[in-house]
Design a protein around this ligand. Structure first.
Ligand code: HEC
Length: 144
């Protein structure tokens, strides 16, 4: 089990590598600037949309009581509480689910995400889970 510092270091390196192309057109002054909202919209939201919204959004289904189409959705979480604890991989059921360690709660249920997408979601949590979405919070389906 790697320590949290190793974890952080690996993810920081990954993040720098990933952000490089985003900044390709930027001038010198802003070259290495990390922008939380852009990171979420460019790297994280598309994964959620493509892999999770089908079962975790107001537009489709809200399985397990968990909506991922709003910040309120993952903060409130599903039947088992908040899906993400910012900065804490172990206390983020969403991360435990995508690692597929436990087949009962493996997400997506059918097919494990590609490693790069798992690493991106882990990086997002370690960065404090920035999520600029403010509009249209998904409501729960009803009483549990
Ligand atoms: C094909 C449908 C489907 C897809 C796609 C899917 N899920 Fe789920 N998810 C479910 C169902 C059904 C449950 C509730 C039962 C269970 O826990 O197995 C659930 C439950 C969960 C829970 C636990 C919620 C709680 O509090 O009990 C988490 C976390 C979760 N999903 C995350 C994700 C993430 C992240 C993705 C995308 C990477 C995803 N799911 C994609 C169907 C899906």
């Amino acid at each position: 089990m790697p320590g949290v510092f190793l974890d952080m270091k690996a993810h920081a390196l990954l993040l720098m590598a990933l952000l490089a192309p985003m900044n390709a057109g930027a001038d010198e002054a802003t070259n290495s600037y990390y922008e939380p909202a852009a990171f979420f919209r460019i790297q994280i939201l598309p994964i959620l949309q493509k892999r999770c919204f089908e079962c975790h959004s107001k537009e489709h289904e809200i399985e397990g009581g968990l909506a991922l189409d709003s910040k309120t959705g993952w903060m409130t979480g599903g039947d088992h509480g908040p899906a993400v604890t910012p900065n804490n991989l172990k206390k983020s059921p969403l991360i435990q689910a995508i690692r597929h360690h436990n087949s009962d709660s493996a997400m997506p249920p059918e097919e494990k995400l590609p490693p790069i997408e798992i690493a991106l979601l882990e990086t997002w949590v370690l960065l404090g889970a920035p999520d600029p979405r403010t509009d249209n919070p998904a409501s729960k389906t009803g009483p549990k």
